[in-house]
Design a protein. Structure first.
Length: 235
């Protein structure tokens, strides 16, 4: 796909603030399936250094609650101000199981490249994420995933890089998890097309995590990984 929105942003700024595969490009593809309208209130959960929040505020003129645990609200506020978006993005420091928001406060909730760290729990969607969205609002998640779930353990070539709590699963696995929730109906669950492009951007970044991932992606060799998107509507 052609990333007409993401490519407008200064690539040095994007590289400096990436924490995984290019989240702006992931969100650009996901957003093709979303109904985002000016003035909406959006939860951006696991926003990292705020790239996805900046994208949402600039491209869709929405108000974004940029929520993360690993990056402080103050750090994100400095980036938000540097982009002139302090009236559009509210930085929040919070843990995903203790979110300081009212139920049905948001028109939509989005989580790009972070949900696998906490959302693989059986009841996370029903107990923590979906309640925050208004009835009829959309819930959109994109996570690093697997083309097929491992049935005989982690392949030998990936074991040096494997982290147990990273929760990589297939489209089917995520679909089956979400379909147990009585708060949502699933709109779509699919592999994203932006996998190679977003990973290429990440591996160009000058940080230790990206450098470590170069070896992992060489070992993976295009055999196992993908990006999974799942979008649901709040009932």
């Amino acid at each position: 796909m052609v990333f007409t929105k993401s490519n407008k942003y200064d690539f040095d700024f994007v590289k400096e603030n990436m924490m995984g595969p290019n989240s702006m490009k992931i969100l650009e593809e996901v957003s093709e399936s979303l109904k985002l309208e000016k003035g909406m209130r959006i939860l951006d959960l696991g926003c990292g250094k705020g790239l996805t929040s900046i994208f949402l505020a600039k491209e869709y003129d929405v108000t974004v609650f940029a929520t993360d645990l690993w990056i402080s609200a103050t750090d994100n506020y400095e980036r938000i101000k540097s982009m002139g978006l302090e009236d559009k993005i509210i930085p929040i420091h919070a843990e995903a199981h203790d979110l300081p928001f009212a139920n049905e406060f948001f028109d939509a909730a989005i989580c790009i490249d972070a949900y696998n760290f906490f959302g693989a729990e059986k009841d996370y969607l029903t107990n923590h994420f979906a309640p925050l969205v208004k009835k009829g609002g959309q819930i959109a998640v994109a996570v690093p995933g697997l083309k097929e779930d491992f049935t005989n353990g982690v392949p030998a070539e990936l074991q040096p890089y494997w982290v147990d709590d990273i929760n990589l699963y297939s489209c089917d696995w995520w679909y089956n998890l979400w379909k147990t929730s009585d708060l949502v109906t699933i709109q779509e669950c699919k592999e994203l097309n932006c996998f190679e492009e977003t990973w290429k951007d990440w591996l160009m970044c000058d940080n230790d995590f990206a450098r470590r991932d170069i070896g992992m992606m060489e070992a993976e060799g295009g055999n196992y990984f993908n990006l999974v998107s799942i979008i649901a509507t709040k009932l």
